[in-house]
Design a protein around this ligand. Structure first.
Ligand SMILES: [Zn+2]
Length: 273
């Protein structure tokens, strides 16, 4: 488990939140003033002093000093201790969990029985270190992506898509098929996997075709299974191929050469800087 000693500097985000807190404090002070004037100078000074004290406490309470909450993940109930403030700042799902009146906010415990503890480890690593595990292969990364989707962590989703697009080999049909099964319809990762598989088949067709020179028996068998069992992906591949053929003179799209935000989610409509 990551401890405070290994926390990375995250001054930008922390500063933003602190600024908001100070602004909130100022608003409380300004709103309170009209009703407090008649109370006399001493009372006003006391109130002012309380507001200042509150602001100082807020200023000196960074994320790393927020409560440690327990997140209990999976059927095996693996427990993670993690700073509440950091988690809420990175995940809209957890931000909601810790909202006013929520049971989780009082108990400081959140249970995710349907999720994968290994995928949650990736969430913790992202929350504290903004890092994707260097050698993690695509299938576990896809699981991480699905959990990040549930938790509303689009930055993590985009980083995983970039890693799969730029730093991992093109998928085998069996992996593409599995990815299509566990990701939601319309998800950009599906489009990436489709483009990757299409590019792989179009640039090395003989590897996938039985009875030709250079057949890769494993890849050919994989594709056969995909066609038999995953009709949605088979149909998408067919249309991708037809569309490609209609665009005469153009090679298959190589996702590695696509613009940086091609497979990203931008909730606010703004591309990444
Ligand atoms: Zn982007």
């Amino acid at each position: 488990m990551t401890d405070e000693a290994t926390l990375p500097a995250n001054a930008g985000t922390a500063t933003d939140i602190r600024t908001e807190e100070v602004e909130d404090g100022n608003m409380v002070s300004a709103n309170a003033m009209p009703g407090e004037v008649d109370g006399g100078k001493e009372s006003a000074d006391k109130e002012s002093s309380n507001v200042e004290a509150k602001a100082i406490v807020q200023l000196s309470t960074p994320f790393a000093r927020s409560d440690i909450i327990s997140v209990i993940v999976g059927k095996q109930e693996v427990e993670f201790g993690i700073h509440k403030g950091i988690l809420a700042a990175k995940s809209p799902f957890f931000e909601k969990c810790f909202g006013v009146g929520m049971k989780e906010a009082n108990d400081n415990v959140v249970k995710l029985p349907e999720d994968d503890p290994e995928a949650f480890e990736a969430v913790v690593e992202w929350v504290y270190a903004t890092r994707i595990p260097a050698a993690k292969p695509p299938p576990p990364l896809v699981r991480d992506y699905v959990l990040a989707d549930k938790l509303g962590m689009t930055d993590l989703q985009n980083a995983i898509a970039d890693t799969i697009r730029l730093k991992r080999p093109l998928p085998r049909p069996v992996h593409a098929s599995w990815t299509w099964r566990i990701t939601p319809e319309g998800c950009p990762l599906r489009e990436l996997i489709l483009d990757q598989l299409h590019h792989r088949i179009m640039t090395t067709p003989n590897k996938f075709k039985l009875g030709t020179t250079g057949t890769d028996a494993e890849l050919a068998a994989d594709l056969k299974v995909l066609i038999r069992k995953n009709h949605a992906l088979t149909t998408a591949l067919l249309w991708k191929t037809i569309d490609h053929n209609l665009q005469t003179g153009r090679g298959p799209l190589d996702p590695r050469k696509a613009p940086p935000c091609s497979y990203h989610i931008h909730k606010d409509g703004k591309k990444c800087t």
